[in-house]
Design a binder for this molecule. Structure first.
Ligand SMILES: *Cc1c(COP(=O)(O)O)cnc(C)c1O
Length: 239
């Protein structure tokens, strides 16, 4: 475990340096960007190491894997973010451990989240996942709502009991006009965030950027980057 701890500590230091350099290049204070480590496919023991190393935010994308892991780590001072496509039949479980759901992309899901948050007596932060590869009103391949659908969903979240509208999330698209243009994609997300904040001023979170494109996300103005591979290593299987 010491080897693994050293490996994670080294990777974490490199990612920290990348974030700091990207902030400096963009003229942004380092504190404006929060690192979320994506722990999918990695064991609870790694989450424990991350916590000992000072990480405060972790993310998972499958409830089946996340629920037992979060339970094993419930003694740690961590915020759990859910970042995967979420079926309504998993909502009760997710609400049991998640502090923020970053993948809110349809009204049925908002209604289910609200119902379960109220039932659990919890307040849940919600990010609208934006699909920049969808048509103006369609939905993305990997979840997300098209830009034209943001306002309606954000309004619904804001008036739903137990939920809080915290901001927007996106994944750089692999197809469509933004494919290969991560920074342009993240700048578009920032424009959408600026617009959203005219009606929901507290929705300040902009979650964008992963291991390969965190610099572009920070340059565009992201407040949260979601980094898996660069901290924990290449995943053994697609997650
Ligand atoms: C897996 C995942 C990440 C992290 O990706 P890496 O390339 O491993 O950094 C970020 N966001 C989401 C939504 C993910 O599913």
């Amino acid at each position: 475990m010491t080897d693994r701890r050293d490996e994670i500590a080294g990777n974490l230091a490199e990612v920290e340096e990348r974030i700091a350099a990207a902030c400096a290049a963009a003229g942004r204070p380092r504190e404006e960007v929060t690192l979320i480590v994506v722990t999918k496919t990695y064991p609870a023991q790694d989450v424990r190491i991350l916590s000992e190393l000072g990480v405060r935010h972790v993310a998972e994308n499958r409830d089946q894997e996340a629920a037992p892991k979060a339970a094993e780590c419930s003694d740690l001072p961590l915020s759990w973010h859910f970042v995967g496509q979420l079926q309504t039949n998993k909502v009760r479980s997710v609400v049991g451990y998640a502090d923020v759901v970053q993948s809110v992309d349809r009204s049925r899901l908002v209604k289910a989240l609200s119902k379960e948050a109220v039932r659990a007596g919890r307040e849940l932060g919600c990010l609208i996942q934006v699909a920049l590869d969808a048509g103006e009103s369609g939905r993305g391949e990997r979840g997300g709502v098209a830009p034209g659908g943001i306002e309606e969903l954000a309004d619904l979240v804001a008036r739903s009991e137990g939920l809080r509208i915290d901001g927007l999330m996106t994944v750089a698209p692999l197809t469509g006009e933004y494919a290969g243009h991560e920074q342009a994609a993240f700048e578009r997300l920032m424009d959408l965030s600026t617009h959203l904040r005219t009606t929901h001023p507290a929705a300040t979170m902009v979650s964008a950027g992963m291991s390969a494109d965190l610099e572009q996300a920070v340059a565009a103005g992201a407040t949260h980057v979601r980094v898996g591979t660069a901290v924990l290593g290449v995943r053994p299987r697609l997650g």
